[in-house]
Design a protein around this ligand. Structure first.
Ligand code: PLP
Length: 512
């Protein structure tokens, strides 16, 4: 656990994370399970982590699906307790990347688990095909759509809740845009941007132009003729759009009638966490409106809390025609992707539109609970919160973490980034991103951004007990709202150890 007690001013606005099992009613249920095969303390298998790891090649495909050497036993908030599987060295890992950008509330959020537990103990169906309705489905849809009320009249947007993940959602958004352009045969082109990532679907990986730059290999097909990837839009040092960004806008203005959609990721995480300039988004919106091009925001990384709002569109004030999102929707308590679209883009051609496993009701319970946490619960429901709920959690639920915790955590992260830049001026370049989506650019000995060093940093961080990811030439920091001042003090110590080591390695030069 943390090496330092907090020296930072101001307490985190969220109540301290705690395990659901600490609550009396949960304890009663767990007591009933004790010493039976349902006892959660029983080991799941008789093999050690090292023995499991040794069976990887016999069990799993390679690539992303293999468990690696870090083993998790328990976790709470931003902390994971476990070991290094091979050496059995104990490990306490500080999660600064919300478990690969999913768990916006931290790990094992008690409220989401409590709502899911209540649902599991009920006789509601745990799964439903699209052919069969339920109140929960409608509640979730209305609640999400309400977030976009400021962009028009209630009813202007519709939703598809039947996708399993972000890749599905992006692909469905493209289907909807394509279908809406069916009567305009000249509109066959799709505009995307270098440096974006749109998931693992065939379409997503095809339009991702720099796939191989990350060492991820080739997509299934070599190229598509009707997708144009424009340079990632940037500003010059004075804050004005670069001539290149203006040229992209001019091209879309000129050739707009041949485009059915523009797909853009407002903060491109793989592009070293580059935030697309707001001015570009505004101008792009204007062109898409005038030229009747469908503007799609891929908000799979950017939505549900990380920019302080449910949708990134609310954060930037620019409303696309379609939003595709996934990841943090359930804060890691179930797989779900959604598409929100203006009514003009509501038509989806069969057989697209409903993935089988999207009927998992626990995922809908999770979205509802995540929205309780982020926005606060309905005042009528607040009156009926159980008396045994810890007062801190009840207070959080009355206000919503986006109002209380978000500005505190964003400020803590900002302070961490500034401290690190001050300590390592030759290693760390400009900070990128915004809100809780931040990148620390890693510089080589000649002061150039280096993807190799960013990859090395992510690996070394793990050894020093911090989980971050590489994002292009940056180290990606995307903490959850459970981050507290003492955690940031620990992060500073551990990241400093990592960067000290990296500075030494950089001096030695790359292995020959
Ligand atoms: C911007 C973006 N779009 C789409 C996806 C695909 O989402 P998923 O992995 O849930 O399919 C991701 C995943 O990281 C993403 O970051």
């Amino acid at each position: 656990m943390p090496e330092a007690s907090s020296s930072r001013p101001g307490a985190a606005a969220a109540s301290a994370p705690f395990h659901l099992s600490d609550l009396d009613p949960a304890r009663m249920v767990l007591d009933g399970f004790a010493d039976s095969c349902l006892d959660p303390r029983r080991p799941v298998t008789s093999l050690s982590p090292g023995e499991h790891l040794a069976s990887n090649p016999a069990l799993f495909t390679s690539g992303g699906s293999w468990p690696r050497d870090v083993w998790a036993d328990t976790a709470l908030g931003v902390w994971i307790d476990g070991s290094m599987a091979e050496t059995k060295t104990p490990l306490d890992l500080l999660d600064l990347c919300s478990m690969t950008c999913n768990t916006v509330l931290g790990i094992n959020d008690p409220w989401v688990k409590l709502k899911q537990t209540a649902f599991l103990l009920s006789s509601h169906p745990h799964y439903l095909p699209a052919r069969i309705g339920s109140g929960l489905y409608y509640r979730t849809a209305r609640r999400i759509l309400r977030c976009l009320d400021r962009f028009g009249e209630p009813g202007d947007f519709v939703i598809n809740l039947r996708q399993c993940n972000g890749s599905d959602a992006v692909e469905l958004a493209l289907h909807a845009a394509w279908k809406a352009a069916a009567d305009s045969p000249a509109r066959r082109r799709l505009a995307t941007f270098d440096g974006s990532y749109h998931g693992e679907s065939v379409v997503g990986s095809l339009v991702m132009q720099d796939h191989s730059a990350e060492g991820s290999g080739r997509a299934l097909l070599d190229h598509v003729d009707n997708a144009t990837s424009f340079p990632s839009p940037t500003c010059d040092e004075a804050g004005y759009l670069t001539p290149q960004a203006l040229a992209t806008l001019a091209t879309l203005e000129r050739d707009g009638d041949s485009y059915f959609a523009v797909l853009i990721e407002p903060v491109q995480w793989r592009n070293s966490v580059h935030a697309i300039p707001l001015e570009f988004l505004r101008k792009l919106r204007d062109i898409c409106t005038r030229k009747s091009i469908c503007l799609i925001f891929d908000e799979v990384q950017n939505a549900f809390g990380y920019a302080g709002t449910i949708f990134f569109a609310q954060h930037c004030g620019v409303c696309p025609d379609i939003i595709a999102t996934g990841k943090a929707l359930t804060s890691g308590h179930g797989a779900l992707g959604i598409v929100v679209a203006k009514k003009e883009f509501s038509a989806i051609e069969t057989p697209f539109g409903g993935k089988t496993n999207s009927g998992d009701m626990l995922s809908f319970v999770a979205v509802d609970a995540v929205m309780d946490r982020l926005l606060g619960i309905d005042p009528d429901e607040a009156e009926t919160l159980p008396a045994w709920l810890p007062p801190g959690l009840a207070a959080d639920l009355r206000t919503g973490l986006l109002t209380t915790a978000y500005p505190v955590v964003a400020g803590l992260l900002d302070g961490l980034v500034t401290d690190l830049q001050r300590r390592f001026p030759s290693l760390l370049g400009p900070a990128t991103g915004l809100g809780l989506l931040r990148g620390l650019t890693m510089l080589d000995a000649d002061g150039r951004p280096s993807g190799r060093l960013a990859g090395q940093a992510a690996k070394i961080c793990m050894r020093h007990g911090v989980y971050v990811r590489r994002a292009g030439t940056a180290v990606y920091l995307k903490p959850s709202l459970a981050l507290r001042p003492a955690d940031v003090d620990t992060a500073l110590i551990r990241l400093s150890r990592t960067f000290d080591e990296l500075c030494r390695l950089r001096e030695e030069g790359p292995p020959s």
